[in-house]
Design a protein around this ligand. Structure first.
Ligand SMILES: *[C@@H]1O[C@H](CO)[C@@H](O)[C@H](O)[C@H]1NC(C)=O
Ligand SMILES: *[C@@H]1O[C@H](CO)[C@@H](O)[C@H](O)[C@H]1NC(C)=O
Ligand SMILES: *[C@@H]1O[C@H](CO)[C@@H](O)[C@H](O)[C@H]1NC(C)=O
Length: 656
């Protein structure tokens, strides 16, 4: 037995090293002499990043074809653990989560696949793609380390997922040529070298003799690359465009070579644009500069992945967050719903000027596949007024009538403790003593934003973004103090540990701790809660609703034509989420910006004569004093580049 294995191992080694055509299916993808070899011939990839989890699956083929038409020969995507395992051992690989289908479509569209299966992916996703329940199992779990509990779950997940992927590896007839180990681990402050070795072992053990090539990628500085690389994986770097492309490109690849003298030049994340934060200007990257630097990269025979080719959308509550500054004064920076990224193929899948500039550069190095894209910019649906006719009521009433999970406890519980993955959680305290006319309310450890209400009426907003944790409040015996907390997105980059959500500290009134809390889920993560809301009769808008407190509003409409993609504009609305036919389109916050409109994929609309249902959960102020003003619009213009306003904790007025 042992001898047999040894002979097989020797055989495999010699086959690979001589670039033999006798591998299974006659397919091989290897690296030698600072060059990738595909089936024994030198090969260079130009790939484009596109995350299947940010694009409706109905559009995957269209976007992949646009990528191939640009001259690229590969697509790159992360795999998001939290999407596929939303709760421990409950798996989802259907619809928009059907990653195997995505990989198969890529192959059908003549693209190779570069996978970045994490487990951590950053990607401006909630908790960098890690499932929230890790922190429920152990709030002080050391994420991205050899922590035994963390590795227990990583091992289970990675083994399952890599086993699914194995038939799609290049050597097995599939399109997958490269797999990344972790993601920019060199930038992680709580660095643990043992972790990378353990992860690499999981890949090796699961993929065994079919092992494809592995790689790591890190920022183009020695310190990052050195800490991020792992033995047995090609070391690569990532960097963006430059005003001095030739020397910046050379400097970056010199860094790569210093740490891996055998590696082909690879830029694993060449930034075609950049990410956004709420309340900060929209990021863009000038086309000529992006094209010039791409040319400099390709002219030294390097491999490159355009990050992003097509950014897409962080639907629902899937967006992540960053932070700036140092403890104790850290500014929390949540990402908006749009992940347009100023990419060559924009959020709606339309081809931009940047697409054609980059295509020109790519086609001067790679063969033209001669694919015509018949509709480079798709027509959009325009509807000037979709009225929300029904007021479904206060969110506090709605979660009670639905009967969402609640826990009475001395202290406020976290989202994790309440099994609330993301979105909102409600905290209620019944005032049982006499208080001065005006009290000082203080919420310590607020993650991230609180709508403070008394007897269902909003009296103020507290905000981690705005460093605002206290306010004056008029409370008396028998009043209901309600704090509706929004998780605006878990931090996805740099320090991840202990990023729990909810009220993590104490709530104080006139400096005295408030005890006895009624913690209750706001279960938008449950499909039946959204369906329940859709089915409620509600009351007619305009009949004395409290438009300034958190409520749900509903509209129903029949399209006058076949569905098309469109952008939702919310004139007069303030902050909240919007659902179309049960699909959570994401967060809107036009008074803060820079994102004003939300991308609505036409495939989420129903053709006539079917009825479409729109729900809007507005937290702060709805334009619904009369039915005539209570509407949203479908427009053909996507506005993600508005002048941003600060977040002064709910006291802003939108100008301009
Ligand atoms: C390695 O590549 C260089 C150029 O990239 C080439 O000149 C050289 O012949 C190659 N060596 C071998 C052993 O293939
Ligand atoms: C922290 O930074 C914010 C934003 O720059 C500033 O408004 C605040 O005063 C700072 N707080 C402390 C304690 O330094
Ligand atoms: C694309 O068209 C050009 C010009 O007709 C031709 O030279 C080239 O071989 C074609 N490429 C492919 C992949 O068919």
């Amino acid at each position: 037995m042992k001898v047999m294995q040894l002979i097989l191992a020797l055989l495999c080694t010699s086959l690979v090293s001589s670039q033999s055509p006798f591998l299974r299916w006659g397919r091989s993808f290897t690296v030698d002499n600072r060059t990738f070899f595909k089936d024994g011939k030198p090969f260079r990839f130009v790939s484009g990043g596109m995350h299947y989890f940010r694009v409706p699956h109905e559009y995957w083929r269209d976007r992949l074809r646009k990528l191939r038409a640009m001259g690229a020969n590969a697509v790159e995507t992360y795999i998001e653990w939290s999407l596929h395992e939303p709760e421990p051992e409950q798996f989802d690989f259907a619809g928009d989560a059907d990653v195997l289908k995505f990989i198969q479509l890529a192959q059908e569209e003549d693209l190779l696949v570069i996978l970045r299966p994490g487990p951590y992916i950053c990607a401006e996703r909630n908790m960098g793609g890690l499932p929230y329940w890790l922190l429920r199992l152990n709030p002080s779990m050391r994420l991205r380390s050899s922590d035994r509990q963390y590795m227990y779950w990583v091992n289970k997940w990675m083994t399952r997922m890599l086993t699914m992927l194995r038939p799609l590896l290049y050597s097995n007839g599939g399109p997958i040529i490269l797999l990344q180990i972790e993601n920019e681990y060199g930038s992680y402050p709580d660095h643990d070298p043992l972790y990378m070795k353990q992860l690499k072992h999981i890949f090796d053990r699961t993929l065994g003799a079919d092992s494809p090539l592995f790689f790591t990628t890190d920022g183009n500085w020695d310190a990052y690359v050195e800490k991020g690389q792992v033995a047995g994986a090609v070391t690569t770097v990532d960097f963006g465009s430059s005003d001095d492309p030739v020397s910046e490109v050379q400097r970056s690849f010199d860094v790569q070579r210093r740490h891996d003298s055998a590696a082909p030049y690879v830029n694993s994340e060449y930034y075609t644009g950049w990410l956004d934060h709420w309340a900060e200007p929209h990021s863009t990257q000038e086309s000529p500069r992006v094209a010039n630097t791409l040319n400099a990269i390709l002219s030294v025979n390097a491999n490159v992945n355009l990050y992003m080719f097509h950014g897409g959308t962080s639907f629902g509550f899937s967006n992540g967050a960053n932070y700036a500054g140092n403890e104790p004064n850290v500014t929390y920076q949540p990402d908006p719903t749009s992940y347009d990224y100023d990419a060559p193929c924009n959020e709606a899948g339309d081809l931009t000027g940047k697409y054609f500039s980059l295509k020109n550069v790519i086609l001067s190095y790679l063969p033209n596949p001669n694919i015509t894209i018949p509709v480079p910019v798709s027509p959009k649906l325009v509807l000037p007024k979709i009225t929300l006719t029904r007021d479904l009521g206060s969110i506090f009433d709605l979660i009670n009538s639905y009967g969402s999970q609640r826990v009475f406890w001395t202290y406020p519980l976290t989202f994790e403790e309440m099994h609330q993955p993301n979105g909102f959680l409600s905290y209620t305290h019944l005032v049982s003593r006499d208080l001065p006319k005006i009290s000082r309310l203080q919420v310590n450890g607020l993650h991230d934003r609180a709508i403070v209400c008394v007897n269902d009426v909003k009296v103020g907003v507290l905000s981690r973004m705005a460093h605002r944790y206290q306010m004056d409040i008029a409370l008396k015996r028998s009043d209901m103090l309600q704090i509706l907390v929004e998780d605006q997105g878990r931090i996805g980059f740099n320090r991840l540990n202990n990023e729990l959500k909810g009220i993590l500290g104490t709530v104080r009134l006139n400096d005295e701790e408030i005890k006895e809390w009624h913690n209750q889920q706001v279960p938008f993560h449950r499909r039946d809660f959204v369906e329940y809301l859709e089915s409620l009769p509600g009351t007619a808008v305009g009949s004395n609703s409290d438009t300034e407190s958190p409520r749900v509003w509903r509209g129903r409409f029949i399209l006058p034509q076949e569905p098309l993609d469109t952008f939702v504009r919310l004139p007069g609305w303030t902050k909240g989420n919007i659902w179309i036919n049960g699909f959570n389109l994401g967060r809107y916050w036009p008074p803060v910006g820079p994102q004003i409109t939300l991308y609505l994929p036409g495939v989420r609309l129903r053709p006539p004569p079917q009825v479409n249902t729109l729900l809007v959960f507005e937290l702060e102020s709805a334009p619904c004093d009369q039915m005539d003003n209570c509407f949203v619009q479908f427009t053909d213009r996507h506005e993600i580049n508005a002048q941003p306003h600060a977040d002064p904790a709910g006291t802003y007025r939108f100008v301009g």
